[in-house]
Design a binder for this molecule. Structure first.
Ligand code: FAD
Length: 591
């Protein structure tokens, strides 16, 4: 379903309308500017960041600060800052590429993201002109470094339950409270901080390190991203000028939650960058390590892992790039000088951003797990990089909204849009319920490149609509309380977006480069879509069984089987071909 004014696909509409390969953004569409920013980031990482890895991981924050300044000189801190305030004002795809190419060093990537994303964007989107003029040019260069202080010991996912307070006293705000888990706290000059005015109205403030009563706690001893700074931020009768309120009193939630959409999208992009680094190292190691007189890369068991890693990256990237294209297309039709319009444009794709966050972080966890396994005992040693990848990966399922919270948001947002009438999900679900009562039609077997998989993706969408419709009808207003059902729905919807994104990207590649050139990408897509059919069938069965029973359930289950009916593909040969291609290339080679 397209927005009638702009003719662009609405967020979440992938469930009710087919995507078109030619309209799907893929790496082949990168502009010169996007390629340049990717290359600059890659070079910065290789020549400046990685040589300092040991000192970064040892929490030598002078190194991190110095690197941030260097990143500032290269423009890598100002991609999303308007030109008017000293930034480069580039598109979201550029921001995505910076996150993707920094991700090989998880610690520095998190410090960078804490500054450029959650630390700076609240001022970009909600600051007054004076606030922007005062802070943004220096945030763009790294002269000032930023942090974002939302979480407290007692309020994490339930961020609005914060206890920090702000009271207006003459021309000043006086803040008290303690924030927890604050990235960049050791060296940040500016803290975007949330507190309740008069203990009631959740609001946002700009706190400076030099303000009275500001201090930070000791460094948290973390499982991963050890070289990033994480501390408490303590505000004790912190008196700041009245002008440091960011946005409006009582509207802090708008800042807190809107900024997270962009963070989630970039987290997914970063996860794919980190996954690529892990695969590259694992493939090289598998070729060098010999056991039983052969490189371990020659064993089917290792090849299976390499193939699964490559497939996950191919699919994850496809979702990230597709979404970057959707957001940038939407923003291209918006007055960029109106930050609220820009935010609204991004918020349109909040469902896709949550999907990318959840899938990206979980694909990465699966990839790094395989990475450690391929390295065997050496994977468990700090001497080898996969040990760090493994530890660094885990945080991604926790911050920027835990994966449970994001999973809950996915069906929640879709249903809300359906009820508001901006997404015709209910009518589409009704059509599917009617369709399953008809006798099945016997169609000719699909032929052509990825035709079977295209049909399966169509079936997945029908299944998603069927299951959502049944759940909504069964639980009505109490669906929010059925978290297990919501989680099932979220996983089905994610799988639809993942499978279709990979399919669209592969089809576009076939159309532009030919079937032979796209051979590996076709295989990766086939394997993923067929695996998805298995997974989605189980998810649908369980979710339906939680919402229906007896004959109704039997009818639904028969329909579920109809929508995922297929002849299985050979699970071995395509994976071997995919693995061998990565091994020959010595790295991930599907992009
Ligand atoms: C390394 C690191 C860096 C961080 N950086 C920052 C930062 O810069 N700024 C900042 O403000 N915060 C930051 N955080 C905090 C982070 O955002 C929170 O940890 C996260 O939001 C989860 O909150 P919590 O830890 O209190 O967990 P909780 O909210 O207590 O969650 C615990 C478990 O319960 C689940 N859960 C909670 N509520 C529900 C629900 N309604 N339904 C179902 N399940 C639920 C969660 O999914 C999770 O599995 C950081 C955290 C870490 C570890």
């Amino acid at each position: 379903m397209a927005d009638t004014q702009t003719d662009r696909p609405r967020g979440g509409s992938f469930l009710v309308q087919p995507g078109t390969p030619e309209a799907t953004f893929t790496p082949e569409d990168f502009t010169e500017e996007q390629r340049m920013i990717a290359q600059t980031t890659r070079e910065f990482l290789e020549t400046e960041v990685l040589p300092q890895l040991e000192r970064i991981e040892a929490k030598d924050f002078e190194v991190t600060v110095d690197l941030m300044h260097k990143a500032g000189e290269l423009g890598l801190l100002s991609v999303s800052i308007p030109e008017q305030y000293g930034g480069l004002e580039l598109d979201q795809a550029c921001g995505m590429l910076v996150s993707e190419h920094l991700a090989k060093c998880g610690s520095f990537a998190v410090s960078h993201g804490g500054h450029t994303g959650i630390g700076s964007l609240p001022i970009v989107y909600f600051g007054t002109d004076e606030q922007k003029q005062h802070y943004l040019p220096r945030l763009a260069t790294g002269e000032l470094l930023a942090a974002y202080a939302l979480t407290e010991a007692g309020s994490g996912s339930d961020a609005l339950a914060a206890k920090a307070t702000a009271v207006l006293d003459g021309d000043s705000w006086v803040l008290n409270g303690e924030k927890m888990w604050i990235t960049n706290a050791a060296f940040a000059d500016v803290f975007i901080t949330f507190a309740k005015v008069d203990g009631e109205h959740f609001s946002c403030f700009i706190i400076e390190k030099s303000d009275p009563g500001v201090s930070t706690g000791k460094e948290e001893q973390k499982m991963g991203i050890e070289g990033s700074s994480t501390r408490t931020l303590i505000l004790q009768d912190t008196r700041i000028p009245k002008s440091r309120l960011l946005g409006e009193i009582g509207k802090g939630h708008k800042i807190a939650f809107n900024i997270l959409n962009i963070g989630r999208f970039k987290l997914g992009a970063g996860a794919m960058g980190a996954a690529r680094a892990c695969l590259d190292d694992s493939v090289r190691y598998a070729s060098e390590r010999h056991q039983f007189g052969k490189p371990i890369a020659a064993f089917g068991a290792i090849q299976q892992m390499i193939a699964d890693m490559a497939i996950k990256i191919w699919v994850g990237e496809s979702m990230v790039y597709r979404t970057a294209g959707l957001i940038d297309n939407a923003l291209a039709q918006i007055d960029k000088s109106d930050p609220q319009a820009v935010l609204k444009g991004i918020e349109e794709y909040a469902v896709e951003c949550s999907i990318i966050k959840v899938s990206g972080s979980e694909y990465l966890d699966q990839v790094v797990d395989h990475g450690v396994q391929i390295y065997g005992g050496y994977g468990y040693s700090k001497e080898y990089p996969v040990e760090r990848y493994y530890r660094d990966s885990r945080i991604n399922r926790i911050f920027e909204g835990t994966n449970e919270i994001n999973r809950m948001l996915i069906p929640g947002m879709l249903i809300k849009r359906a009820q508001k009438g901006t997404l015709p999900l209910l009518a589409a679900a009704k059509r599917i319920q009617d369709e399953i009562l008809e006798p099945p039609s016997f169609e000719d077997e699909e032929t052509g490149v990825l035709a079977v998989e295209g049909k399966l993706v169509e079936g997945f969408k029908k299944l998603a609509l069927l299951v959502s419709g049944v759940a909504v009808q069964k639980f009505l207003m109490t669906l929010q309380e059925q978290q297990e059902v919501l989680l099932g729905l979220a996983d089905i919807v994610q799988d639809v977006y993942a499978a279709e994104s990979a399919w669209l990207r592969a089809k576009k590649l076939v159309a532009t480069k030919g079937e032979e050139a796209a051979h590996l990408q076709i295989l990766a897509t086939q394997v993923f879509v067929h695996d998805t059919a298995d997974r989605i069938e189980v998810l649908a069965r369980n979710t339906l069984a939680a919402a229906a029973e007896g004959d109704e359930l039997r009818t639904m289950l028969a329909a579920a089987r109809r929508f995922t009916k297929r002849l299985p593909v050979n699970p071995v040969q395509p994976r071997r071909a995919l693995a061998q291609a990565q091994i020959e290339a010595g790295k991930y080679c599907l992009s």
